[in-house]
Design a protein around this ligand. Structure first.
Ligand SMILES: Cc1cc2nc3c(=O)[nH]c(=O)nc-3n(C[C@H](O)[C@H](O)[C@H](O)COP(=O)(O)OP(=O)(O)OC[C@H]3O[C@@H](n4cnc5c(N)ncnc54)[C@H](O)[C@@H]3O)c2cc1C
Length: 494
C-alpha cells in the first residue's frame, strides 16, 4: 500500500481536506486504499508498527477527531466510491468514500430512488450514516441509518490482527450487534467501514427501483426573510415560539406535514436578517408550505420577503440553498453545540437567545432550529443506536470565524450562550421533559469537561442514553485493543 508522505505533492492537499479549519493534523503518512483488502493491509501495518491510525471519508468532522496531531497514519477512503445494487442482499451497496451528493446523484440517475441523508453534498457517507444522519427528507422517510441493512467493517482483534467482517440486521446474524452499533454510534469507534448496504427496512426485493423510497418528483423550496431592523424582542420571541409550536404539533410520524422540513436561522443581529428556509415534496406542497408560513407569522405583522420555487430533487440535493453553502463557507473555523428538543424553547431560553444574538460580537453567530421528528419518531429508541426518537427539533448554537484571533471571543460567546440556555440543568440538554441530549454527528468535546457539563449526566449518556452500555459491549468485542479512538469515542466498560 503506497504511503503518501510530506515530500509527496499530494500530501498538502490531502492533509488540508477538512471542513473545520479549526483543527490540524500532521500524519506521518496517508493511505488511499482502493479495495477492502488494501484497507485491511493499511490497518494491519499501522497496528503492527504501533502507529495511531484514523480513518477519514468526507472530512466533515466538526471536531478534531481526524485532524489530530497525535495521529500518525491517516486512511483516506475517497477513492472507494462505488454505488451499485447488490441483488444477493437486495440492497444498494455504497462504498464509504462516496460523498452524500454523489450518492444522491447515482441513486437518482440510475434508479430514481433516494436515501434520506444529510444536507451538505460534500459530507462523506463513511462518517455520516453511522451517526444516524438526518436531513431534508428525514421527516418524510427517517434517518439514513434506519435504512442500513448491512455494513462491512475492518476491525482488529485482541491479537492485533486486522480483518474485514460483514454484519447484517438479520436476527440470526452472530455479528448483528456490530450492525446495530453502526446505526447511530458515530464514526471512528469500532473499525473502518468500507461498505454500507442500504434498503428500506420493510422491503426485500431484487428490484432496485423498489428497494429504497422513490425520489421526490419535485421539490418546492421556500425562504422567508425578516430584516433585523424590523425585529424587536417581542417579534424575536414570537418567531421562535411559532416555530416551536409548529414543530411540536407536527412531529408525529403520521402528521400530514412529514413532507415538510424547515430550518429557522436566528442569525446574530450582525448578519442583518433572520431567515426560515425549507422544502416540501409532493402534490400538496404549496398548500402545506402556505399553512407553515401562516403558522410562522401568527401574531406578527413584520415585513418579510418570501420566495417559493420548484425544482427537481437532484438539482436541489446537489446544491441546496446555494446561498448557505457559498464559496468560502468551507474555509472557516467553526464550533457547533447541539441539542435535541422535545418541547419548544421556554420564554426564559428565548430571552437568553435574544441577549446573545444582539450582544456585541465582532463576527456573526446563530441559533439554528431544524424541524425534526416525523418518520424519525416512528422507530423505537433501542431498535437502532440512535436513541432520540421523540424529539421535535434539533437546535444548534453555531459560530464560524476566519481569523484565528477571533477564536477566543467566538468560543466564549458560544459556550456561554449554550451554557445559559441549559443553566438550570448543569449547562447541557440532559434528557428530561424538554430536552433529550445531543446528536453524535454534531459532536462537542466541551461536553466531556466538567466546566461545561456541570450536570450529573456523563457525556456518553447525553449522546447515547440507555443504548450506551450496549455500545460498550460492542466496543469490547470488536475493538478490544481500542485501536479506533478519539476524544469522544466509546470506551468499553471496565
Ligand atoms: C457543513 C456540514 C453539514 C452537515 N450536515 C449534516 C446533516 O445535515 N445531517 C447530519 O446528520 N450531519 C451533518 N453534518 C455532520 C456530519 O454528518 C458528520 O460530521 C459526519 O461524521 C461527517 O462524515 P465525513 O465522512 O464527512 O467526515 P470525516 O471527517 O471523514 O469523519 C468523521 C468521523 O467519522 C469517522 N469516519 C470517517 N469515515 C469512516 C469510516 N469509513 N468508517 C468509520 N469511521 C469513519 C472519522 O474517523 C471521524 O471520527 C454536517 C457537517 C458539516 C460540516
Amino acid at each position: 500500500m503506497e504511503k503518501i508522505t510530506s515530500t509527496d505533492i499530494r500530501y498538502t492537499d490531502l492533509v488540508s481536506k477538512r471542513f473545520n479549519k479549526r483543527h490540524m493534523g500532521q500524519p506521518e503518512y496517508i493511505c488511499l486504499p482502493t479495495s477492502v483488502a488494501e484497507v485491511v493491509a493499511a490497518v494491519q501495518e499501522a497496528v503492527s508498527s504501533k502507529k495511531r491510525v484514523v480513518v477519514r471519508s468526507g472530512g466533515h468532522c466538526l471536531e478534531g477527531f481526524v485532524a489530530d496531531p497525535k495521529v500518525r497514519v491517516l486512511i483516506d477512503m475517497s477513492l472507494m466510491t462505488n454505488v451499485a445494487f447488490d441483488a444477493e442482499r437486495s440492497a444498494f451497496v455504497v462504498e464509504a468514500g462516496v460523498t452524500v451528493g454523489e450518492m444522491y446523484r447515482r441513486l437518482f440517475l440510475e434508479w430514481g430512488v433516494v436515501l434520506p441523508a444529510g444536507e451538505h453534498p460534500g459530507i462523506g457517507v463513511g462518517g455520516h450514516i453511522l451517526g444516524g444522519a438526518f436531513g431534508f427528507l428525514c421527516r418524510e422517510y427517517g434517518l439514513a441509518a434506519d435504512y442500513l441493512y448491512a455494513v462491512e467493517v475492518v476491525t482488529v482483534d485482541a491479537s492485533g490482527k486486522a480483518a474485514s467482517v460483514v454484519a447484517t440486521r438479520e436476527a440470526t446474524d452472530p455479528n448483528r450487534e456490530l450492525w446495530w452499533a453502526h446505526t447511530g454510534a458515530g464514526g471512528g469507534n469500532f473499525g473502518i467501514v468500507t461498505r454500507y448496504w442500504l434498503r428500506s427496512p420493510d422491503v426485500s426485493t431484487p428490484d432496485p427501483f423498489q428497494a429504497l423510497p422513490k425520489a421526490p418528483a419535485t421539490i418546492t423550496t421556500f425562504r422567508i426573510g425578516w430584516d433585523w431592523k424590523d425585529i424587536d424582542q417581542a417579534v424575536f420571541t414570537r418567531l421562535i415560539q411559532n416555530f416551536g409550536n409548529w414543530s411540536y404539533q407536527h412531529s408525529g410520524p403520521d402528521s400530514d406535514y412529514t413532507p415538510l422540513f424547515s430550518i429557522l436561522f436566528m442569525n446574530h443581529k450582525n448578519i442583518g436578517r433572520v431567515e426560515l428556509k425549507g422544502l416540501c415534496t409532493g402534490d400538496n406542497a404549496a398548500r402545506l408550505i402556505m399553512a407553515h408560513i401562516a403558522a410562522m407569522q401568527e401574531g406578527l405583522h413584520t415585513p418579510k420577503t418570501l420566495q417559493v420555487e420548484q425544482t427537481s430533487w437532484l438539482r436541489f440535493a446537489l446544491n441546496p440553498f446555494p446561498e448557505l453553502f457559498q464559496p468560502g463557507f468551507d474555509n472557516v473555523q467553526a464550533k457547533i453545540k447541539d441539542a435535541y428538543f422535545r418541547q419548544p424553547l421556554t420564554k426564559n431560553q428565548i430571552d437568553i437567545a435574544y441577549q446573545y444574538l444582539t450582544a456585541n460580537l465582532p463576527i456573526g453567530g446563530m441559533l439554528g432550529m431544524a424541524t425534526y421528528g416525523g418518520k424519525v419518531n416512528a422507530i423505537a429508541p433501542d431498535a437502532t443506536a440512535t436513541a432520540q426518537r421523540d424529539s421535535i427539533m434539533d437546535v444548534a448554537c453555531n459560530i464560524g470565524w476566519m481569523d484565528p484571533a477571533d477564536e477566543g471571543i467566538s468560543l466564549e460567546w458560544i459556550r456561554n450562550f449554550y451554557g445559559d440556555l441549559f443553566e438550570d440543568r448543569g449547562g447541557v440538554p440532559v434528557p428530561n421533559e424538554q430536552t433529550d441530549g445531543c446528536m453524535i454527528n454534531h459532536p462537542d468535546t466541551d461536553l466531556t469537561h466538567a466546566a461545561w457539563n456541570r450536570s450529573s449526566v456523563a457525556w456518553p449518556l447525553l449522546y447515547y442514553k440507555e443504548n450506551f452500555p450496549r455500545l460498550q459491549l460492542v466496543k469490547s468485542k470488536w475493538d478490544p485493543l481500542n485501536i479506533f479512538h478519539h476524544a469522544m469515542s466509546i470506551v468499553a466498560a471496565d
